[in-house]
Write a protein that binds this ligand. Structure first.
Ligand SMILES: [Zn+2]
Length: 563
C-alpha cells in the first residue's frame, strides 16, 4: 500500500483545483470499491470530505476532485468495503480479557496449561489468575476438572472461563477461598459440578460461576479505560468500525462517554442495558432516561437497546429445548434445559420496554428459548401501538422449522454469530443436539431465505475469534480454516460472500436504525471503510480466512495501517 500525496499530481490537476471550492480531504483510487448496495455494485474510487463520503466513481473523475491538501491512497486494485459492524459483542469484557490469560486462540488443553503458566510467570504480582477461552472439546467429559487441570493446582487461586463465558474452571485454591466443598448446594440457574463421589470437580456452570467470580478483585476505572483502548486497537486492526454491545450498565456506558469527551473514542458504540428477573423499576426508568437523553443523532454513541437472556447454552444443557437433549435421559433434571427468567415476567418486561421505544435483544439458543422470544415479541407488537421495531433474537443456534416464518412476519431480526458454528468447535454441541435436530443448526441460509433480516457478529469474548473475516469464512464455507470437515457442515446453510458481508456491514446499521448514515459506501454516508488484502468476491472461498484488513478508516481518518 502506498500513500501518495498530491504534489505528484498537481501539474495534472491544477486546472481542476481552481474550480474546486471544497476538495476532498482523502481519496482512495485505483481499487475495487464495493458500495454495499447490491452484489455487484462496484466503483474504482471514493472521495471523502471530512467525516463523510462525498462521491464514488471511476478513478479519473474522482482524482480530478483532488485539491492541494487532499491525501490520496493508491489502492493498487485492492477491495474496499464499508467498515465491519459487530452487532453483538461484550466489548468491555473482551477488552479486559486482553489484560488477562487470553485462551481464545488456543486449540488444545496443552495450550491452555502452557499459556496460563506463562502468564503466571510474567505476572508474579497478581494475587488472582483469571482468564478466558478454553473449549469444551478439550476435555473428554466436556468440562475441565482437577485431574485434567492438575498443572494449575498451585497456591494461587485460578479462575478460567470457557470461551462462551457460560462455564468456568476454578482450581482447588479458588474453590477453597469460595468455601465450595462436597456439601455445597447451588440453587438457581447453574451448577457446581461434582464427581461420582460428590466432590466438586472445579467446573462451575452459569450462575454458580459467581461463587468464585465474585471474589476476584474487580478492575479499577483506569484498568477499564486502558483495556478499552487496547480493545479499540484490536478492533481497528480487524476493520471493525461499529459495535453493538449486547450487555451493559450505566457505569459501562459512562466509560465510552468519557472516551468520547476526551476525543479518544474511535469505534461507534451502541450500548444495551442488561435486564432480567431482578431488574428494578428504578433501573428501567433510569435506562429510559439515558436512552432519551442520548438520543439517536450522535453517530458515536447511542443507548437504545435492552438485552435479555431467556436461556443458557447447549454444551451445558442450559439452553431451553422443545425435546430432550440427545445425550441426556428424558427424566434428567436438565433434559429440556432451562429458562433463566419466567415466561410471564419476561413477557411483561418485553411489553413494557417495547412501549418505551427500546430495541430489544434476547439471547435464545435452544429452540424452546427461541419460541419463547417470538411469543413475547409478537405479543408486544400486538398489544402496543404500531411502530417499526427491529427487535432481535440473539444466537438462534437451534430453531424449530415451524417457527422460521415468524422472523419476517413480525420484522424480527435474526442476530447470529457464524464463528460459533466453526465446525472444529461443535463436537460437544452436536452430541447434545442429536442427528434429528442438526439440519436446523445455525440455519442462517434458511433464515435468510425465509425473508428475515440477518445480522452477524462475534459475541466476543464468548467466541474463538473476534475477527469478522473468520466469521465470514465459516458463514460461506461451513468449514474451518484447515478444511474441516471435508464436506461442509450442513452445506445447505452456506451463504454467499455478498450476504455474509451485508450481514457484517449494512444490516448491522439497519439493526440500530442507522442505515441512512453508515454501512454503505455512498455519498453522504459516514466515511467508515476498510481496505482488504485480497478480493473477497473472487478469492477461493476456502482462502477467505487468510484475508487481512490492511487499512481501517473511521470518520474519514486512517486509524489503522498494516505494516
Ligand atoms: Zn453475547
Amino acid at each position: 500500500m502506498r500513500i501518495l500525496f498530491l504534489f505528484t499530481l498537481i501539474p495534472l490537476l491544477f486546472w481542476n483545483c481552481k474550480s474546486q471550492t471544497d476538495p476532498p480531504t482523502l481519496i482512495l483510487a485505483n481499487g475495487k470499491i464495493w458500495t454495499g448496495e447490491g452484489p455487484d455494485t462496484f466503483a474504482e474510487a471514493v472521495a471523502i470530505r471530512g467525516n463523510n463520503i462525498s462521491k464514488t466513481g471511476d478513478s479519473k473523475s474522482i482524482l480530478e476532485l483532488a485539491g492541494s491538501n487532499t491525501e490520496i491512497i493508491d489502492l493498487q486494485g485492492k477491495l474496499v468495503t464499508a467498515g465491519f459492524n459487530d452487532a453483538h459483542i461484550h466489548f468491555l469484557g473482551g477488552s479486559l480479557g486482553l489484560t488477562q490469560v487470553d485462551l481464545l486462540a488456543t486449540t488444545s488443553l496443552d495450550q491452555v496449561i502452557s499459556i496460563t503458566e506463562a502468564f503466571i510467570e510474567r505476572n508474579p504480582e497478581k494475587d488472582w489468575i483469571t482468564g478466558r477461552g478454553w473449549q469444551y472439546t478439550y476435555y473428554s467429559s466436556g468440562l475441565p476438572d482437577h485431574q485434567s487441570m492438575k498443572a494449575l493446582d498451585i497456591g494461587k487461586p485460578i479462575f478460567l472461563r470457557a470461551y462462551d463465558g457460560h462455564s468456568a474452571y476454578a482450581n482447588p485454591k479458588a474453590l477453597e477461598l469460595a468455601g465450595i466443598t462436597s456439601s455445597s448446594v447451588f440453587e438457581g440457574f447453574g451448577e457446581v459440578v461434582k464427581d461420582s463421589k460428590g466432590n466438586p470437580t472445579g467446573a462451575l456452570k452459569e450462575g454458580a460461576m459467581a461463587l468464585v467470580g465474585d471474589l476476584v478483585p474487580g478492575p479499577s476505572y483506569d484498568d477499564k479505560m486502558n483495556a478499552l483502548k487496547k480493545g479499540m486497537e484490536l478492533a481497528a486492526s480487524l476493520g471493525i468500525t461499529s459495535i453493538q454491545n449486547a450487555s451493559g450498565s450505566e457505569e459501562e456506558l459512562k466509560l465510552y462517554l468519557d472516551l468520547m469527551k476526551k476525543g479518544e473514542l474511535y469505534i461507534r458504540y451502541a450500548a444495551a442495558f442488561s435486564v432480567g428477573e431482578k431488574s428494578t423499576a428504578e433501573e428501567l426508568t433510569r435506562f429510559n432516561f439515558l436512552k432519551d437523553s442520548l438520543g439517536a443523532e450522535n453517530p458515536w454513541i447511542r443507548a437504545d437497546a435492552i438485552k435479555f437472556m431467556i436461556d443458557g447454552v447447549i454444551e451445558s444443557h442450559t439452553a431451553a429445548m422443545l425435546d430432550h437433549y440427545s445425550d441426556l435421559l428424558p427424566d434428567d433434571e436438565l433434559a429440556l434445559g432451562m429458562l433463566n427468567i419466567s415466561s410471564v415476567k419476561y413477557q411483561n418486561l418485553v411489553k413494557e420496554l417495547d412501549a418505551k421505544g427500546f430495541r430489544l435483544y434476547t439471547h435464545a439458543i435452544g429452540d424452546r428459548g427461541v419460541r419463547e422470544v417470538f411469543s413475547a415479541y409478537e405479543k408486544a407488537v400486538h398489544e402496543n401501538s404500531f411502530r417499526e421495531r427491529r427487535h432481535r433474537i440473539e444466537h438462534i443456534e437451534t430453531l424449530s422449522p415451524d417457527d422460521i416464518l415468524r422472523f419476517a412476519a413480525s420484522g424480527i431480526v435474526a442476530s447470529m454469530q457464524p464463528i460459533h458454528a466453526d465446525p472444529a468447535t461443535v463436537g460437544v454441541w452436536s452430541k447434545a443436539i442429536g442427528e434429528e435436530r442438526i439440519p436446523w443448526s445455525f440455519a442462517w441460509n434458511s433464515i435468510l431465505t425465509s425473508g428475515a433480516k440477518l445480522v452477524f457478529s462475534s459475541d466476543w469474548p464468548a467466541c474463538i475469534s473476534l475477527d469478522p473475516i473468520r466469521g465470514i469464512h465459516v458463514a460461506v464455507n461451513r468449514r474451518d480454516p484447515f478444511g474441516f470437515p471435508e464436506i461442509a457442515w450442513i452445506p445447505k446453510e452456506k451463504i454467499s460472500i455478498y450476504e455474509a458481508l451485508k450481514a457484517y456491514t449494512s444490516l448491522g446499521a439497519f439493526s440500530s436504525f442507522e442505515e441512512d448514515r453508515k454501512g454503505l459506501i455512498k455519498e453522504g454516508y459516514l466515511a467508515d471503510l476498510i481496505v482488504l488484502s485480497e478480493d473477497l468476491f473472487i478469492i477461493d472461498p476456502m482462502k477467505i480466512h487468510e484475508v487481512k484488513v490492511t487499512t481501517t478508516i473511521i470518520d474519514g481518518k486512517v486509524i489503522f495501517e498494516r505494516k
